[in-house]
Design a protein around this ligand. Structure first.
Ligand SMILES: Nc1ncnc2c1ncn2[C@@H]1O[C@H](COP(=O)(O)OP(=O)(O)OP(=O)(O)O)[C@@H](O)[C@H]1O
Ligand SMILES: [Mg+2]
Length: 254
C-alpha cells in the first residue's frame, strides 16, 4: 500500500514510538527537502499494524518513493534513540560506501538516512526460509561466508569497526542474487581497533549459536582450533596473507 509521506496514517512511524509534534514537523520539512514523496507500506516487520522494512533500537526503516520515483529505504531515527542525531552513523556509513560496502547513502538529514533499498532477507531468515531451501548448498554458503568476510576485511583495512557483527543476524542481508550487504553503521567507529573479520568469523562459524550451527552443517571446519589460531594471528597482524589463511580453512562438505 502506497501512502503520501504526510499521511496521518504513518505519523507515528515518522516520530516513533511517540508522536512528538515538534519532531514530526521538523522531519516533514526534511522529508520534502530530500524529495521523499510516498511511503510504501511493505516489508516483513509489522509496527502499528503497518508493514515496514524493519525496526531496531535506533530506527524505523520504511520503503519509500522519492521524487525520482525510485524506490529506496529510509531510516528514521527513533525519538527515543540513545543517539542525539544520525550524523555519526551517516559519516561511518558513507566511509563504508567508499569501499563499496553497505547500501549506498543517497541523502541524509539530522534524523533521516535515505539509502539504496536492499531486496533480500536477514541472514538468519535466509538460512531458515523453506522457499530458498534449495539454495542451501555448501557452495552457496561458502560463497556467502566468503563475501561477508571479504567485506569485513575491507572494513578492517579501512580501520572502520562496525561494532555489531557479533549480532550478525541483524546486520547482514542476503539479496535474491545471493549478494550480501552489511547494514547499520550506527555503532561503527574509526576510533576502536577494527575487529570485523574476527567478530563475523566467531558469529558465523565458532559461536555455537543458531547461525553458526546451521552454517557448520554445510562447511567442513576440520579443525576449529586451527581456525582460532589463524584468527589470533590475523588479530595481531591484519594483513592479506593472514586473512587468506583464515578463509582457506573453509571447505565444503561433500
Ligand atoms: N537499506 C535497507 N534496505 C532494506 N531493508 C533495510 C535496509 N536497512 C535496514 N533495513 C531493515 O531494517 C532493519 C532495521 O535497520 P537497522 O539495523 O539499521 O536499525 P537499528 O535501529 O540500528 O537496529 P539495531 O537495533 O539492530 O541496531 C534491518 O534489520 C533490516 O531488516
Ligand atoms: Mg543499529
Amino acid at each position: 500500500m502506497k501512502v503520501p509521506i504526510n499521511s496521518p496514517l504513518i505519523s507515528q512511524l515518522i516520530s516513533y514510538p511517540k508522536l512528538d509534534i515538534y519532531e514530526y514537523h521538523n522531519r516533514m520539512i526534511d522529508l520534502y527537502k530530500i524529495g521523499v514523496k510516498d511511503a510504501i507500506l511493505e516489508g516483513p516487520t509489522k509496527v502499528c499494524e503497518l508493514n515496514i522494512l524493519g525496526k531496531g533500537h535506533s530506527g524505523i526503516v520504511l520503503k519509500v518513493n522519492a521524487f525520482s520515483k525510485k524506490t529506496m529505504a529510509l531510516k528514521i531515527r527513533r525519538v527515543d534513540s540513545r543517539r542525539m542525531d544520525s550524523l555519526t552513523e551517516v559519516f561511518n556509513h558513507k566511509l563504508a560506501n567508499l569501499v563499496g560496502i553497505g547500501p549506498q547513502i543517497i541523502d541524509n538529514t539530522n534524523d533521516l538516512i535515505l539509502m539504496e533499498l536492499i531486496t533480500g532477507k536477514g541472514i538468519y531468515e535466509w538460512l531458515q526460509d523453506p522457499t530458498t531451501f534449495h539454495l542451501l548448498t555448501s557452495t552457496n554458503i561458502i560463497n556467502i561466508v566468503n563475501q561477508i568476510l571479504e567485506q569485513c576485511y575491507r572494513l578492517d583495512v579501512l580501520h572502520l569497526d562496525h561494532g555489531e557483527l557479533t549480532r550478525i543476524d541483524n546486520h547482514v542481508m542476503v539479496s535474491e542474487n545471493n549478494h550480501i550487504s552489511i547494514i547499520d553503521f550506527e555503532s561503527a567507529s574509526t576510533k576502536r581497533k577494527p575487529c570485523n573479520v574476527t567478530s563475523a568469523t566467531q558469529a558465523l562459524l565458532l559461536s555455537g549459536g543458531s547461525i553458526s550451527r546451521k552454517i557448520c552443517k554445510f562447511i567442513n571446519l576440520k579443525d576449529p582450533d586451527l581456525l582460532l589460531n589463524c584468527l589470533k594471528k590475523y588479530k595481531k597482524i591484519k594483513n592479506r596473507q593472514n586473512f587468506e589463511n583464515v578463509i582457506s580453512l573453509l571447505n565444503g562438505k561433500s
